[in-house]
Structure formats: structure tokens, C-alpha cells
Design a protein around this ligand. Sequence first.
Ligand code: F0G
Length: 351
Amino acid sequence: MEWKGVLHRYFDHLPIEKRKNIVSLNEGNTPLIRANSIEEKLEDDLEVYLKYEGANPTCSFKDRGMTVAVSKAVERGEKAVICASTGNTSASAAAFAARSGLEAIVVIPEGKIAFGKLSQAMMHGARVVQIRGNFDEALELVLEISENYPVTLVNSLNPNRIEGQKTASFEISDFLGRAPDYHLLPVGNAGNITAYWKGYKEYYESGETERLPRMTGFQAAGASPIVNGEKVENPETVATAIRIGNPASWEKAENARDESGGMIGKATDEELVDAYRVLADTEGVFCEPASAASVAGLLKMDGTGYFDQGSVLTCTLTGHGLKDPDIAIDSSPEPKTVGVDVDEVLEVADI
Ligand code: F0G
């Protein structure tokens, strides 16, 4: 059957009233890839799947939430959307706004957005405002503006975003024929962990699944307010997508962790980049550095007794590696250049 996006597929679980109002880029239906090589490396006996959200139309999981938020804005006759962003939300908001004819205003921290993401917002014609400040400050600004002016907030504080993003849990459960035992994912502003948990609970309550996973989130060590139990004034990490010191859905993330019997931990930049490279090198899956937090967490918790043997794990890879080519290139050996000469090519290619 033709795939027409998450709103058509899961219409009865989502808050849009009329199908004619749906604004979709056929998002969702992303690959669930068995991580054979990683499984072999682990001490624990686990079945591991990667939910590759980089395969969405704007190359991140944000499209699942944005289709609902923008469709709802259209349904209500609104004219403009606004968001703060570390890059992916702005890319997705810009694309869905372009498709629907709404204006998009995106407020981003200057110099802290991966280039691919900035190019998307610019190409889709968003009004891009860079601030000399961080994401947390940008979010405060857009909250104030959306309360006082006729622009709709499409950050994950907008409940329609969470509604859309929960469809990833539905897909995973539908693909596996069951819910996983553990779900691992990066945590930044904490909307996604909130959304996944809501989705898993809804499927469980409606009898679609018979278990609930332990929600297992990871923050970057330099931006780990939930782990530390206090705001981080100046968050820093190579994983700019999750460079957030005061997550909007902080309490909801703690609820997901506690209700599910899970955990929220942290991974250093080195651990994030290691996991990012392992995924690309051994699984053929290229995600952005923040996305690798799920697998960094898996590698970290392996052999500690946290995972029950024989469990099924899903790890969300939230965004595509091409979003942030600078880090890919900086963390790889430089290619050698030779003359137009067979012997020189043979030598460098090590044939
Ligand atoms: N991974 C990526 C690639 C992201 O872009 C984000 C968040 C997260 C993980 C964390 O998800 O915020 O729901 O906990 N990016 C937001 C943005 C903040 O503006 O694009 P979260």
C-alpha cells in the first residue's frame, strides 16, 4: 500500500479533524535496521535495532511532529509558525511551512547550527534570525513572541509535536510485532522521550502491545541538566543538536524514566563520536553526532547488569549524518591526493 505519511497511517490516534487539512511530506515509515555488528561486539546477549530517523524527508525525526503541528495550524486558519532550534526543528518547520504556504520564522543560536540544517531553513524560505545566545535563550524569546503575536509556536511545547512524534513507537511496535524491552534515545529538549513514552503507553493501553519498554535516555555530558539535577547555564558539546541546558519537557522526561523503570545517563563527546563512528564504520549507518547518544548509551551500559539477557532493544538515530559534514570530515583521516598514475593509486588504495 502507498505510504502517505504518519497522519494518514495513524489518523485515529492523532488530533487532526479532517484529512483534507493534512500537510505531509510522506514522513515516517523509516527503516528499523538490525545492528548485527554491534550485537557481536557486546558483552550482553541482546537483539538490537536502529530506528533510522535520518530517512525522513528533512532527514530528522522532527518531521513526524511537524506534519501534525503544521496541519493543525492550517486547520485553525493560522498564518505563521515560529520556533527556536538547534537546527533540525527549524529545517523541518521551514519545509512544512513552505509546503503549506505558511510563513516560518526560525530563531537559532549563531554559529552553533550544523551547516546542512542552516541550508535547509534558508532554502525553504524561512525568515532566519540568529541570536547571540544559546538555544535556551532562543526558546524563551519565541515563547514570549508566540504569546503576544499571531504566530504559532512549533517547538515541542506545542502538544501536536509530541502527538506526531509518538508515531515512531507505533511503527517500531508494528514492525517488530511487539514493543521492545528497552528503548534508547538522545535527550535534548526532552520532547522525544516524552513522545515515545506516550506512544508506547497508548499502544499498550489499547491492547496493541503486551509490554512497555524501559525508557533509556542519554544527554551529552556537557549538557546534562537532567542527570545533574540542575540547569546548565553554558551547555557545551560537539553534538550541537542537544546543546541544551534547560529542557522544556524536563519533568515529562523524568516521568518517562521513572514510570518505565528506565534511566537517563550521559555520554562524553568522545563516547558520542566513538559511537557515531562505529555506526558508520560497522553498520553502514550515517547519523549525526547527537543521534549516536543512543548507541553510546548502549555501549556504556553493556555488561553493567542494566540489560536483562535476551532482551530486544531499539535505539533511535534521530538525524542524518549529512546534516553535519564538518564533524564527519574533522573526525576522519584526510584522503590522500596522488597524480593520474596507476601505481600511485594502487599504493594509496593499498591494493
Ligand atoms: N537528536 C537530534 C538530531 C535533535 O535535533 C534533537 C533536538 C534531539 C536529538 C533531542 O530531541 O529535544 O526531543 O530531546 N533538536 C531540537 C532542534 C532541539 O531544535 O532541532 P529532544
